[in-house]
Design a protein around this ligand. Structure first.
Ligand SMILES: Nc1ncnc2c1ncn2[C@@H]1O[C@H](COP(=O)(O)OP(=O)(O)OP(=O)(O)O)[C@@H](O)[C@H]1O
Ligand SMILES: [Mg+2]
Length: 319
């Protein structure tokens, strides 16, 4: 079995510390489906108010993790707490919002009625429903469609409705499983803004995604999961390791190029050399070295590593 990987370590929440307990704390959480391991020893802590990105390719274990944390499926082993309470605690669920990956709402109800149903299921005090519903509709940009039936909604509008349902009751922790899969660029931008506002008011957000640019823009910390294991975790700065520098160069043969080994690993595409791990401060030194070898430099282009570069690199290393 794969080695468990820790995202960060913290003591298990103690009883009575629920108000200050982390939003999420898991210890060695694992899930097998028959002979398939969906999650292999997840240990992590997400503090209050943090936007945490959970990244991974299809089948990596992202949705399984969310379902385990919400108590929708039971772990094979391990333990976890949400807001200081053990997973599965019904009263804690009222303090949590959830937007599922596969959403389908009652086609015959209006948007307002769907949200009223969620208020009733939560349950929220009836006196708060009207305001909760209108705030949620306003936040996701559906106020002008409040009385229309879901059957008349586009897929993106239905996804917005799902997000509205997750926001009802001012949750302290929100799970969003691929929340923008059906949204256009404007919708994706709106969701990023909503996530930022949630975080500002102290709500922690657990965001499952494979949209790397989205995660890069909005998350405080991320974990990359593959085959049920966390293969990297940290802040964006910790995860993205420096700069790559691409140089267009002429007049160097392979023997001369090999004398540039001191500048770290490089990809050689003929006239383009890319130094994949070079500190930007060393660029002048590199140019001098190329010139000293008799080469001519036509172009130097530093490129910050993107989350996508890093993600692909990590998955490549993991196979
Ligand atoms: N109910 C189930 N029964 C059997 N296997 C399952 C079940 N749910 C998930 N799995 C398996 O667990 C693994 C993880 O699935 P999961 O849905 O968590 O992936 P994911 O990271 O959310 O992927 P995606 O990006 O496609 O949504 C996969 O191998 C999947 O086939
Ligand atoms: Mg999924």
């Amino acid at each position: 079995m794969a080695e468990p990987a820790s995202v960060s370590t913290a003591a298990a929440p103690t009883q009575g510390a629920a108000a200050t307990a982390p939003a999420i704390h898991t210890v060695d959480l694992s899930k097998w489906f028959g002979h398939t391991i969906a999650l292999a020893g997840l240990s992590m802590t997400v503090p209050r108010g943090e936007v945490f990105g959970f990244l991974g390719p299809n089948g990596a274990g992202k949705t399984t993790s969310v379902k385990l944390l919400l108590g929708l499926i039971k772990p094979t082993s391990g333990e976890a707490w949400l807001l200081g309470e053990r997973i599965g605690d019904l009263r804690t669920r009222r303090r949590i919002g959830y937007m599922p990956e596969l959403f389908r709402y009652q086609a015959w109800l209006s948007a307002r009625e769907v949200l009223a149903l969620h208020c009733e299921l939560a349950p929220l005090p009836r006196s708060t429903w009207k305001e909760e519903i209108s705030t949620a509709l306003d936040t996701v940009g559906l106020s002008d469609r409040a009385g229309d039936r879901v059957a008349t909604f586009s897929k993106g509008m239905q996804q917005r409705l799902g997000l509205a349902a997750a926001l009802l009751g001012k949750p302290e922790l929100v799970f969003l499983d691929e929340p923008t899969s059906a949204l256009d660029p404007v919708g994706r931008h709106d969701v990023r803004e909503i996530i930022r506002e949630l975080s500002e008011r102290g709500t922690a957000v657990f965001l499952n995604s494979h949209l790397l640019s989205e995660v890069e823009q909005v998350c405080d910390r991320v974990a990359v999961v593959d085959h049920g294991r966390v293969i990297a975790a940290g802040t964006m700065d910790e995860l993205l390791s420096g700069t790559a520098v691409r140089v267009r160069v002429g007049g160097l043969d392979d023997g001369e190029k090999s004398k540039l080994a001191a500048f770290g690993p490089r990809d050689d595409e003929g006239e383009h050399l890319t130094f994949t791990k070079l500190d930007i401060e060393r660029v002048p030194e590199l140019v001098s070295a190329i010139v000293a070898l008799g080469g001519r430099v036509y172009e130097v282009a530093p490129r910050h590593q993107t989350l996508e570069d890093r993600f692909l690199q990590l998955l490549h290393e993991d196979t």
